[in-house]
Design a protein around this ligand. Structure first.
Ligand SMILES: Cc1ncc(COP(=O)(O)O)c(C=O)c1O
Length: 379
């Protein structure tokens, strides 16, 4: 039996506020913050003498990330952020065809393709913010060769079926590029089926690892060094040889890190992943989906306008509802009651992670009940 209260106690920020905003950014656990601090404390105390130890730890964390994704460590790179990761992918696939995008997806899922000069087409999403396969099919043109999509929609929380998406792409000879930022760490992301060609993710949300890095997964068949569009000293097959008058690049994803890895951020990620491993991805997903269905009930009871309910395997930790009143005012009213959520468009976006609990939801209910003009706004 998982002791959720014990895991929650590892997040001090949760004892001072009702934190229902992991989709914007998560608090860090004591262990993750301590691991990141370690880097600065040791460098302050000893100077830059721990390179080998840090690098060894980075490789250990790379293996943990690969395990979380059911992928191979050689396919995982630590880059600046998810947007930089998507930009590397778009550059790598320049000239490989047009890109199918979904209207309303997060800008970092779409901009990198436009700025890299790819032709783009947009599929129209349904009310839940996701595009069905008919809508994806309708938007395809003969020139479309790539699909770039957010696994979980950042506003509505709609989650795509990765296996079905992979099948859709395989059957049409399309490359699949996924931004898993709003899902990785909350729901299982299994890359063992070879459905996904490239995946990017940030770490400061559902991985609760703070700002400072992005993850890039490049499926082995796309790792040929001849396709590298950027390189730095650590892109070399033997970085420490420091040969600079000829290129002999590695076909390990590490090559895409270009220079030094973001040590502090990756050390923090390592500690955060130790907690994920201790709890288990299945248990976390079940907890997240249980709490988000309870969350939806609280929001519905309060009179917010809910989009149609999705089946569990299309849901995530994010629940969005139109407010029916000024969304920013509502967000501020809730904040004044110590409840932290986001305003997005005409609505509020609330999100629950494994460290949330029923008391958080009761406090949200009380805060919503105290907002003037909310009930009756549902007409
Ligand atoms: C789907 C998605 N991708 C990427 C990001 C941001 O990633 P980064 O700041 O690491 O580029 C966000 C932030 O909200 C997001 O929701």
């Amino acid at each position: 039996m998982t002791d959720w209260a014990a895991h929650r106690a590892e997040f001090p920020a949760l004892s001072t506020q009702t934190y229902l905003n992991t989709a914007a950014g998560a608090p860090m656990s004591r262990a993750a913050a301590a691991a990141a601090r370690q880097y600065y404390e040791a460098t302050e105390r000893d100077g830059d003498v721990h390179w080998d130890a840090w690098l060894e730890r980075v490789e250990a964390v790379r293996t943990m990330v690969a395990a979380l994704l059911t992928a191979n460590p050689g396919e995982i790179a630590f880059v600046q952020n998810a947007s930089a990761a998507m930009t590397l992918v778009a550059a790598r696939l320049r000239g490989r065809g047009d890109v199918l995008l979904v209207r309303g997806d997060f800008p970092s899922v779409t901009y990198p393709w436009m700025v890299a000069g790819h032709g783009v087409v947009f599929a129209e999403p349904g009310e839940h913010g996701g595009a069905g396969f008919e809508a994806l099919e309708r938007a395809l043109t003969p020139a479309t060769r790539i699909v770039s999509i957010g696994l979980v929609n950042y506003r509505t929380g709609y989650r795509y079926d990765l296996r079905a998406l992979g099948k859709f792409c395989r059957e049409r000879d399309l490359l699949l590029v996924v931004d898993a930022t709003q899902g990785l760490g909350a729901v299982r992301v299994d890359l063992s089926h070879g459905d996904v060609d490239f995946l990017v993710s940030s770490g400061y949300k559902w991985l609760a690892s703070g700002y400072g890095f992005g993850l890039l997964y490049v499926a082995r068949e796309h790792l040929s060094s001849s396709a590298h569009t950027a390189a730095g000293w650590r892109s070399a097959r033997d970085p420490y040889a420091l040969v600079s008058d000829q290129l002999d690049l590695s076909d390990h994803a590490r090559a895409l890190e270009l220079g030094h890895p973001p040590f502090a951020a990756v050390l923090g990620l390592g500690a955060a992943l130790e907690m994920v491993q201790a709890i288990g991805s299945d248990a976390i997903e079940n907890r997240v989906l249980h709490l988000s269905s309870r969350l939806r009930q609280v929001m519905e009871d309060a009179g917010l306008r809910m989009p149609p309910a999705d089946p569990a395997d299309r849901r995530s930790g994010i629940v969005y509802a139109e407010a029916g009143v000024d969304a920013v005012r509502l967000r501020n009213e809730l904040l004044a009651s110590g409840v932290y959520v986001s305003a997005r468009g005409d609505g509020i976006r609330c999100s629950t992670h494994f460290y949330n609990d029923e008391n958080d939801l009761e406090r949200l209910r009380e805060a919503l009940d105290s907002v003037p003009g909310l009930r009756g706004a549902e007409g």
